[in-house]
Each structure stands twice: as structure tokens, then as C-alpha cells.
Design a protein around this ligand. Structure first.
Ligand code: HEC
Length: 104
């Protein structure tokens, strides 16, 4: 019984996470992709790539831009419009994008 409950809880949190990723992707398509790329590989030369970035890092940076702790004219304005839910969805989306690195 206890095991079943744990399995059910695990499933529901996985579904919730998938929802977060989907919502984050939709938000990114609408508000971030222009500069950070459709799958998080930056298309603007001075914008960083976010693909594969850890969710904690992305959400911390967005909260810092929003509060003014990290200052940037562009990201400050963008982050001001994000709710906590937007931030955690966006962080979930960028963190699940798989990236590979290759030495030159
Ligand atoms: C008009 C272009 C533009 C748009 C649109 C944009 N960004 Fe940015 N973003 C930038 C630039 C430029 C920087 C670098 C700012 C700096 O130097 O702090 C940046 C930095 C960031 C960083 C910090 C990355 C790091 O490595 O520290 C995060 C996270 C981020 N953006 C997320 C987002 C999200 C999420 C959205 C959509 C809601 C978004 N950005 C929309 C241009 C943009």
C-alpha cells in the first residue's frame, strides 16, 4: 500500500513536471526564443545560450533580474513581466534540453 502510494506520488509529480516543461516551452517560444533561440541556443550574438542550463541557475538569474539584484536593461524589463510560475516553468524547459559539447 505504502509502495503504491509512493509510486502514485512519483507519477503525479512527473506529470506535473511535464506540464511545467510544456508551459515553459510555450512561454519561451513567445517571449525568449527571439534572442535565446527556439531550443535555447542563442541567436543573438550577445545573448547567452540557455539550453541544458540547470533549473536552479536559470530561476535564480531570472529572479535576480526581476528584483534588480542583477542589472541588465533588456532582461530587467523582460523578467519584470514573469510570475514565479513562469520562472519555474521556463527553468524546467531549459534544463531538459540535451546539449553535447565537443573539444576542438
Ligand atoms: C531581446 C533579447 C532577449 C530576450 C527576448 C530575452 N533575453 Fe534573456 N538575455 C538577453 C541578453 C542580452 C542577456 C545577457 C544579459 C546580461 O549580460 O546580464 C540575457 C540573459 C539571460 C539569462 C542569464 C543567463 C546567464 O548565463 O547568466 C537568462 C536566465 C535569460 N536571459 C532568460 C531569458 C528568458 C527566460 C527569456 C524569456 C522570458 C529571455 N531571457 C528573453 C537577451 C534576451
Amino acid at each position: 500500500m505504502k509502495k503504491l502510494l509512493i509510486a502514485l506520488l512519483a507519477c503525479s509529480s512527473l506529470t506535473a513536471f511535464a506540464d511545467d516543461v510544456a508551459a515553459g516551452r510555450a512561454k519561451s517560444d513567445a517571449a525568449c526564443a527571439l534572442c535565446h533561440g527556439a531550443i535555447g541556443i542563442a541567436t543573438l550574438p550577445n545573448a547567452p545560450s540557455l539550453a541544458g542550463q540547470s533549473a536552479i541557475y536559470v530561476s535564480e538569474q531570472l529572479k535576480n533580474y526581476r528584483s534588480g539584484k542583477r542589472q541588465n536593461a533588456v532582461m530587467g524589463v523582460i523578467a519584470m513581466q514573469l510570475t514565479d510560475a513562469d520562472i519555474s516553468n521556463l527553468a524546467a524547459w531549459f534544463s531538459v534540453i540535451k546539449v553535447t559539447a565537443e573539444a576542438p
